[in-house]
Write a protein that binds this ligand. Structure first.
Ligand code: AMP
Length: 192
């Protein structure tokens, strides 16, 4: 099985490109953010607890998202691998992912990192807020906290995956979705 990580700050376009990548390589796209939003929509206890943190732009506990990931690995069949979107989001999650995969005799195949500047992030999120109506896209304070959380907790994963020889970048600063998608797919080809 292949285990790809689609990496990047909020608003980089992970969700926008994941579908095409997953389809081309017969991967199951797993977005921890989407799974959490589904829990909120279903009104579960987990969703209720997660909502407060998500609305503040903070991360939910590692154990919650890791449980979701493990259960997806256990139950989803008939694919050649997984495309992880929004996970891992800090070093503890990255190390735990390695341990989860090692137990299964597997490892991370490669990381596709969507490179985008902070100013573009803000514009993209403002654009998405108008289309998708996500609560955590609507407040300036929440967006600031998500960008800050990305730099403080998620960005260190770049060095982690570089050291593992698994890190690859795609420049997605431009606004042309097709160009960006072609760059993402080119990186997938490079990883193999
Ligand atoms: P996303 O859809 O990936 O932008 O995620 C939306 C929100 O869900 C994030 O701002 C976090 O509050 C939460 N979330 C998603 N993935 C994770 C994760 N791997 N670890 C912790 N919190 C997460």
């Amino acid at each position: 099985m292949k285990y790809y990580i689609l990496f990047g700050p909020p608003g980089a376009g992970k969700g926008t490109h994941a579908g095409a990548v997953a389809q081309k390589y017969n991967l199951k796209h797993i977005s921890t953010g989407e799974l959490l939003r589904a829990e909120i929509a279903a009104g579960t206890e987990l969703g209720r607890q997660a909502k407060t943190l998500i609305d503040a732009g903070s991360l939910v506990p590692d154990s919650v998202v890791e449980g979701m990931i493990e259960s997806a690995f256990d139950t989803i069949k008939g694919v050649d691998g997984f495309l992880l979107d929004g996970f891992p989001r800090n070093l503890a999650q990255a190390r735990d992912l390695d341990a989860i995969l090692e137990k299964r005799g597997e490892s991370v195949t490669g990381v596709v990192s969507l490179m985008i500047e902070d100013e573009t992030i803000r514009k993209r999120i403002a654009h998405r807020a108008a289309i998708e109506g996500r609560a955590d896209d609507a407040s300036e304070a929440t967006i600031n906290n998500r960008i800050q959380t990305y730099h403080a907790q998620t960005e260190p994963l770049i060095a982690f995956y570089k050291a593992a020889g698994k890190y690859h970048e795609a420049d997605v600063n431009g606004w042309d979705i097709e160009t960006n998608r072609a760059r993402v797919l080119a990186v997938m080809e490079q990883i193999g």
